[in-house]
Design a protein around this ligand. Structure first.
Ligand SMILES: Cc1ncc(COP(=O)(O)O)c(C=O)c1O
Length: 354
């Protein structure tokens, strides 16, 4: 707190990112990064673009990248908005599309940046409780509102919604924007992007950080009909005209065009997830059904924080949220096959010392 602060600053509750510690031989399963590297073609593109041309500003509208995303998802480049990570795309979405007189709806257990943006932009919001089984019950969203935002699959539960249910939600709210945050959709979910053609109120947000293994480049995008994208562009150009640097633009373009690499990595992650789930269940864990690159699991004999601390002592980092209802759970990212084995080995050690 300082007398120099604008008054709003002391009211903010900033997001707390997962740790990025420097511990030797660490198994880092706390921030849902992809354990496999980016497409070699993306790395090659970064090297090629690392030249004297960096003295110039990048393309402010990232046209080549937007065209590549549009071609991949079979939409028009004008229907694609890109930003500095999907966090920035989401921030502009909260400001440009989700700030209305009626409250914004999102789940009570969800991506913890949503309440942060709501507070930053003064958006009145209602948190809709998840059902007993931690799923999103869409009938609970059948109430007056100014907009809806949901991740599919949800984070940190990993539980997915069926596309038909998303469509019913979007169709039931023609007067409000409905935003589907698909950060993890490539690990088994079904994208709502094809529905954007039919529904003018639907915006779908995705990221290059997870399935495309480019968290370090910070690239995310949104797809929707032109008036929605126009709102995001107006906010962006009132904030930062060049959010994506040149290297991020060429790397993410090469990554989205390298379908083989993408398919191979995500299949490996999905196969490892199946192995981790059965390993955890065999050891007495409750594991929520995950369609993401992480699982959300609790053990009857341990408090979540305690188990996270014991894993940390064994150089395995997972994420714990000290929040009502999910306090017993750990969110465990799916690592390489070897990292998953080390996780299970550390758990065996902990369980044996009970
Ligand atoms: C549900 C969800 N949405 C969006 C993001 C933001 O991803 P990024 O800003 O790296 O694109 C995350 C990151 O963990 C997430 O979990």
């Amino acid at each position: 707190m300082s007398k120099y602060w604008s008054p709003i600053v002391s009211t903010l509750k900033p997001y707390v990112a997962g740790e990025q510690p420097r511990i030797a031989n660490l198994v880092k399963l706390n921030t849902n990064e992809n354990p496999y590297g980016p497409s070699p073609k993306a790395l090659e593109a970064i090297k090629r673009a690392s030249d004297d041309g960096l003295r110039l500003y990048p393309d402010p509208v990232a046209l080549d990248l937007r065209r590549a995303i549009a071609a991949h998802h079979d939409v028009d480049a004008d229907e694609v908005f890109v930003g500095n990570g999907s966090d920035e795309v989401l921030a502009h979405t909260f400001m440009g599309l989700l700030n209305h007189d009626a409250p914004l709806l999102y789940p009570d257990i969800t991506y913890s940046f949503y309440p942060v943006y709501s507070l930053l932009y003064g958006i009145e919001s209602q948190q809709v409780p998840l059902a007993e089984d931690f799923g999103i019950r869409l009938s609970d969203y059948d109430r007056p509102c100014g907009g809806i935002i949901l991740p599919n699959p949800n984070a940190p539960t990993g539980i997915g919604l069926r596309l038909a249910d998303i469509e019913a939600l979007v169709a039931a709210h023609p007067e409000q924007p409905v935003v589907i945050d698909e950060a993890y959709v490539d690990f088994g979910g079904e994208s709502a992007i094809p529905l954007t053609r039919k529904y003018p109120n639907l915006l779908v947000v995705q990221t290059f950080s997870k399935s495309r293994s480019l968290a370090g480049m910070r690239v995310g995008f949104a797809i929707g009909q032109r008036p929605l994208i126009d709102a995001l562009e107006r906010v962006k150009d009132s904030f930062n005209s060049y959010p994506l640097d040149k290297l991020a633009q060429v790397a993410s373009r090469a990554a989205i065009e390298d379908v083989d690499w993408f398919e191979t990595c995500r299949e490996r992650i999905i196969a490892s997830r199946t192995r981790v789930v059965s390993g955890l269940e065999q050891r007495g864990f409750r594991v929520l059904p995950s369609l993401a690159n992480f699982v959300f699991a609790s053990h009857p004999d341990f408090a979540g924080a305690d188990l996270a601390a014991k894993l940390r002592e064994r150089a395995v980092l997972v994420r714990h949220f000290a929040k009502p209802r999910i306090d017993p759970f750990l969110r465990i990212s799916i690592g390489t096959e070897e990292e998953c084995d080390r996780l299970i080995g550390a758990l065996d050690d902990i369980l044996a010392s009970r």
